[in-house]
Design a protein around this ligand. Structure first.
Ligand SMILES: Nc1nc2c(ncn2[C@@H]2O[C@H](COP(=O)(O)OP(=O)(O)OP(=O)(O)O)[C@@H](O)[C@H]2O)c(=O)[nH]1
Ligand SMILES: [Zn+2]
Length: 360
């Protein structure tokens, strides 16, 4: 298997590229938040490494002069920082994250899967066409808030319509807290327009449906056709074909782009806090309802319904909030159920073990 790491930091930083002012670790996204969690002795005995790819066979990690693969583990995902324990690599300490995206696994057991960690900014991408749906933007925004990532909405394909402003206005209405950038993703616009978030040592990622321009944006930022050409077919030992893809890419200025397949088709899991942040105005109104447990359906003294009546709150926005809350409640309930089942099962196992121990 041949992989080309020539475009990858930290080597490039050492060669004196345009990121020369970054240390090899900073060039991988090392920030004070991580440094604060470790001592100088830790740094020497167990050097930090960042997970840049996750395969079934292991975690590909990079550090200062380190490029190795660690055994796979479920509690670590791409973007994570580990303190590499040379004598017990399997139990290398995982550092606390600045952010974490997770999702429910498809299928029946619906376990939580970690998708990506330590992303600073997520670009929520949509285009000026039928893909554009406010509810979809809100769902992604809630997810970003829940993951503790700064969301930025990027509206692409402005060159294909005459009324781009109507899309921009609708995107702005999603939240006062979220900036909106509209552009033609091809060409030089992305670099200039997204520069405020694409700073050296920061990690950014893209969310959005297929075809909205995520790869086009990433390639514009990377000065290359990097993302499309990254897919490598390889023969593994069993002779099956597996596709591997590099997941962390360095921009010429030292900003990192995390591009992991798991970011597609995300569902909301336990995202109530993120939804509340996004719909803070409705939350605020709800505190003024006469009843604490007001469902804002038909109750007297409901401040939310009053706001709709008075035209202060858009009824469709209230509808979308309800839908997101219901979806989140459904997903979270399944998780809670699963956890309680697991707990009961664990109890039973321990009980059986005790009986066995007593009999021995
Ligand atoms: N005219 C125009 N075309 C664009 C723009 N952004 C993307 N495209 C085109 O739209 C198509 C899809 O873009 P991609 O970047 O592959 O979309 P994607 O979001 O990465 O799609 P997936 O890889 O399927 O998730 C390509 O043919 C792009 O050239 C834009 O702003 N204007
Ligand atoms: Zn109410």
């Amino acid at each position: 298997m041949t992989r080309d790491y020539s475009n990858f930091l930290p080597q490039r930083a050492r060669d004196g590229g345009s990121q020369a002012s970054l240390s090899p670790l900073q060039a991988l996204g090392w920030q004070p938040f991580f440094a604060q969690q470790v001592s100088v002795d830790d740094m020497i005995a167990t050097p930090p490494v960042r997970v840049v790819e996750v395969h079934r066979s292991g975690l590909h990690v990079l550090g200062d002069d380190i490029d190795t693969t660690l055994p796979p583990r479920a509690d670590v995902t791409v973007g994570d920082w580990l303190m590499l324990d040379p004598s017990h690599p399997r139990s290398s300490r995982a550092l606390e994250r600045t952010s974490l995206i997770k999702r429910r696994a498809p299928g029946t057991d619906r376990q939580e899967q970690l998708i990506a960690a330590n992303i600073d900014t997520v670009f929520i991408v949509t285009s000026c066409n039928q893909d554009f749906k406010v509810a979809r933007l809100e769902r992604y925004a809630a997810l970003a808030f829940e993951a503790r990532i700064t969301p930025v909405i990027v509206v692409t394909k402005t060159d294909l319509v005459t009324d781009a402003q109507s899309y921009i206005d609708a995107a702005r209405a999603v939240s006062e807290m979220i900036e909106v950038v509209a552009l033609d993703a091809r060409g030089s616009a992305p670099k200039a327009d997204l520069a405020a978030w694409c700073k050296p040592g920061k990690t950014v990622a893209f969310l959005g449906s297929s075809g909205v321009g995520k790869s086009t944006l990433a390639n514009a930022l990377l000065d290359s056709q990097f993302i499309e050409t990254q897919t490598i077919r390889e023969d593994d030992a069993k002779g099956r074909h597996t596709t591997t893809r590099r997941e962390l890419h360095a921009m010429p200025n030292g900003c990192l782009i995390l591009d992991t397949p798991g970011m597609r088709e995300l569902q909301l899991t336990d995202a109530a806090d993120g939804i509340n942040d996004l719909f803070a105005d409705i939350q605020e109104l709800a505190t003024q309802c006469r009843f604490n447990d007001c469902q804002h359906e038909t109750e007297p003294g409901c401040a939310v319904l009053k706001a709709v009546d008075e035209g202060v709150l858009d009824a469709r926005r209230l509808g979308r909030w309800r839908k997101l809350m219901a979806e989140d409640a459904f997903n979270s309930a399944s998780l809670a159920e699963r956890r309680s089942r697991d707990k009961a099962f664990g109890k039973m196992v321990r009980g059986v073990k005790k009986i066995k121990d007593v009999r021995r």
